[in-house]
Design a protein around this ligand. Structure first.
Ligand SMILES: Cc1ncc(COP(=O)(O)O)c(C=O)c1O
Length: 443
């Protein structure tokens, strides 16, 4: 179908497709050529029509709604959504529009992309202009952005768990209750319906960083979110090769404001990232379900070994050699799948899996520092969400986190191979530590 001719009955029926189908067909209406794989567009500027009668200088009603700080943004709503010709790539560009269209379908709102997850968090704060933000620890970079806003405008931060602190700081109309779920780095999930109620009764907005629970795993709008954000660098990209941020809103006025703001903030993704993003979304559902399943199986296996011999449900019956090694090295595990008492709401909010990131608390700093060197299939690197498994001694990139924390981002490899790699690595580490201990004792 040629661009500019959105078949709205088709667009409406698309809404009924499952995420696996939308990842592949969500951008069909923007197919402007016969290519099956989307062409890569590198141009920053696009020719206007050669026909003077088709030159519309953007003076219609919708365009005037996008006036910002005295600057005229000559775009109609249809241009914003990729159905009319592009003008300049800081405004919109073909590959990015395709990515945004698929994301809009998958996330059940209007999606805009940004140059990184943090630039999308910043854009969200520019849109909502909160005076107070309730937030949990989570990803440290978002706190960095709030630090800048505090310096510029005195924005206050309060602890998400402490409602009395919200009220003491005057959290109310137009402020932000920001929930990252599942949380970085632990992989623990939070009850969005509960936070929506607490935010909305004060006139505040619920903003959700859903990076760890991408489309297919959770839909924050269903539980009361006003704005949903993602670091698209993670599962949207999915191959550790692009930076991307995503904001999704349902209010048309917010979408237009975000779009206009992005023109002047200049925080757009490059066209190559737009192209990579579409390539990646084709397999989003497959990757994420597999990664999430692998993760749950690994967590359950490790948890069973840690509780071996306890007689508790899910615990290994006998205390095997493997269990001895795991008990020796691991102090604690964290992942939403272990939140047994929360399963009532959690299974509703994350019906297809609890996300592909979990945390192992090693027994001490030294053990944590050494584990990655014993693994063959896990890269020791920061970030997450790629097809390949990563492990990170979290202290390398976040000094606010306990120095025993290992963050694992599970990829699409075979579960048995990942399990063997972790077990062999832990065996080797335990042996090394025991030998080291004996040598110490001899001194
Ligand atoms: C939960 C979460 N939000 C936001 C970000 C920031 O994303 P980006 O690195 O794409 O700016 C990250 C990055 O790790 C993250 O984990």
């Amino acid at each position: 179908m040629a661009p500019g001719k959105d078949d709205s009955s088709k667009a409406a029926s698309e809404l009924q497709y499952a995420p696996a189908t939308l990842g592949i067909h969500g951008d069909d209406p923007l197919n402007s050529s016969t290519d099956v794989a989307p062409p890569m567009h590198v141009s920053t500027t696009f020719r206007y029509s050669h026909n003077p009668d088709e030159l519309v200088p953007g003076e219609d009603e919708e365009a005037s709604a996008t006036l910002l700080q005295g600057l005229r943004c000559p775009l109609t709503f249809h241009q914003l959504t990729g159905f009319e010709p592009h003008v300049y790539s800081r405004l919109s560009a073909p590959n990015t529009s395709r990515l945004e269209r698929i994301l809009s379908r998958l996330c059940h709102g209007q999606a805009l992309t940004y140059s990184s997850g943090l630039s999308s968090f910043h854009a969200m704060c520019v849109l909502l202009r909160p005076k107070v933000v309730a937030i949990y620890e989570g990803y440290h970079g978002c706190h960095g952005v709030l630090g800048i806003l505090e310096r510029l405008y005195g924005v206050k931060k309060v602890d998400l768990r402490d409602e009395s602190a919200w009220d003491a700081a005057g959290l109310g109309k137009g402020d932000m209750v920001h929930v990252e779920t599942p949380l970085n780095p632990t992989g623990e999930a939070y009850n969005l319906a509960e936070f929506a109620e607490k935010a909305h009764k004060r006139g505040a907005y619920l903003t959700v960083d859903a990076t760890f629970g991408p489309p297919g795993l959770q839909d924050p709008f269903e539980w009361g979110a006003d704005v949903v954000m993602h670091s698209g660098t993670k599962y949207v990209g999915g191959h550790s090769d692009m930076l991307c941020g995503v904001l999704v809103v349902r209010r048309k006025d917010w979408f237009q404001q975000l779009y206009t703001d992005r023109i002047f903030l200049g925080s757009v993704m490059g066209s190559f990232e737009g192209w990579l993003g579409v390539r990646s979304l084709r397999t989003l559902e497959l990757r994420v379900q597999r990664q999430s399943k692998n993760t749950e199986a690994l967590v359950s296996w490790l948890d069973g070994l840690m509780r071996a011999g306890s007689g508790e449900e899910g615990a290994a019956v006998a205390v095997s050699d493997d269990a001895i090694v795991v008990k020796e090295l691991v102090a604690r595990l964290q992942h939403a799948s272990l939140q047994k008492k929360d399963m009532g709401w959690l299974k509703k909010q994350m019906p297809n899996g609890f996300g592909p990131v979990f945390t192992i608390w090693m027994r001490d700093r030294e053990t944590a520092k050494r584990l990655p060197s014993k693994l063959k299939l896990f890269h020791h690197a920061t970030s997450l969400g790629g097809a390949e498994s990563l492990i990170e001694w979290r202290r390398m990139s976040d000094r606010t986190v306990d120095d025993r924390v290992m963050r694992l981002s599970i990829g699409v490899e075979d579960f048995q191979d990942l399990k063997s790699d972790l077990l062999n690595g832990m065996r080797e580490l335990a042996k090394e530590l025991r030998l080291g201990g004996k040598a110490q004792a001899r001194l």
